[in-house]
Design a protein. Sequence first.
Length: 286
Amino acid sequence: MFYLIGIGLGDAKDITVKGLEVVKSSKRVYLEAYTSILTVGKEALESFYGREVILADRDMVEQASDELMEGADTEDISFLVVGDPLGATTHTDLILRAVEKNIPYFVIHNASIMNAIGCCGLQLYNYGETVSIVFWTEDWQPESFYDKILVNRERGMHTLCLLDIKMKEQTIENLMKGRPIYEPPRFLSASQAAQQLLDIVERRDKDQKTDADLTPSSICVAVARVGASDQKISTATLKEMAALDMGPPLHSMVIPGHMHPLEKQMLRLFAASDQVKNDLASEDER
């Protein structure tokens, strides 16, 4: 059996009992190491699981599925994913490839940012389409994620913004010359994402603005290291967020749409300033 096992968001102990039982009995155990990261390293997983864990980078997962699944028709092979196994299309592709090879598979689910984002107090059923905010470069600054945020806000929906991860990237020069030299890992921070949003707000035609458009004073929420003991949540204006230090990765952001009074009350718990706390207060509290 080829098992795709979610290991949660916090640390080694977040794996489910069912998942841990499978890991302990598997012939080989792989850890997908590029769509997300845990707050602990591979060594901590190996110590808790009592098993060797093999890191599987993007190249292995996308180009060497035969190696990953070798023997899975007669033995158990575990493929560990931070969060939930089906939070990325890459892993859906693995399932399709397993079916093509007549290899049985089984998914063991776990918490992911897609449901754990409820920690900020905004109700999950009020979220619209999730967007990804990528690292900008001097000559590549896409804005399509902003338009999706506006569509959600027009519908009164919140937007979960997943922030870019660069785990094993090459410079254009090294890529063109075929040199296996990789850049250090990089993680887009909430402050960087907020600044990119501010830049888009600034460059958009002010005469074309709608009520859904963001402004520097728009409320947003940042979360960091969700599920870990040092989890952090901050509610701030977009301008404040651009200067806010949320600490080590991983970070995510939420752009609220229409908020119920209870949602506002929850966001006030994490207010980064008195101004934000006042903006979220009900009329009888002001």
